[in-house]
Design a protein around this ligand. Structure first.
Ligand code: FES
Length: 160
């Protein structure tokens, strides 16, 4: 495990509009690929889950996420033993990413103000859609499925 980040406001200053515009475009694409699998597998041999005995699902309060504060690191660990990142796509739809790097399973850092997550082990970079922006990783971050309850504003994240 490389880091243990907590809640964060990811967008702070200049370039925000451009960044959001890019993210919105990327997330349109993610709605298509988001149903492919609960967890995308990495490219290394050790990409199988390492914490299979954790909870099957958790609930997270996502009421603090807004268009200007799009992402939060949830300390609960997914089936791969890493934290998860919840990204607000709209007021009622969310993307849940594993923070396990797909190169060799280190935990990526929280998103920077420009929305880039950097792996401390070998420098791979991912955007908040999970897409690889710089290798050596070649596969996107894994995803978990989730269900949002608009009444309680709670997001149920399914690990399996
Ligand atoms: Fe992340 Fe190698 S484990 S770049």
């Amino acid at each position: 495990m490389c880091s243990n980040n907590k809640e964060l406001p990811i967008i702070e200053s200049e370039g925000r509009r451009s960044f959001f515009s890019q993210c919105a475009s990327a997330m349109v694409g993610l709605t298509v690929i988001g149903t492919i699998a609960p967890v995308l597998q990495g490219c290394s041999d050790s990409s199988s889950p390492t914490a299979p005995n954790g909870p099957a699902q958790i609930t997270a309060d996502v009421s603090s996420l807004t268009a200007d504060n799009m992402a939060v690191v949830v300390g609960d660990q997914g089936t791969d033993g890493q934290n998860v990142l919840v990204v607000r796509k709209t007021a009622t739809t969310y993307l849940v990413l594993s923070m396990q790097c797909t190169h060799d399973n280190c935990q990526v850092g929280a998103p920077s103000s420009s929305g880039i997550m950097t792996c401390p082990c070998h420098g791979s970079k991912f955007d908040i859609t999970g897409a690889v922006k710089q290798g050596p990783a070649s596969s996107p971050l894994g995803q978990y499925t989730s269900t949002f309850d608009d009444t309680t504003k709670m997001l149920t994240i399914k690990f399996r």
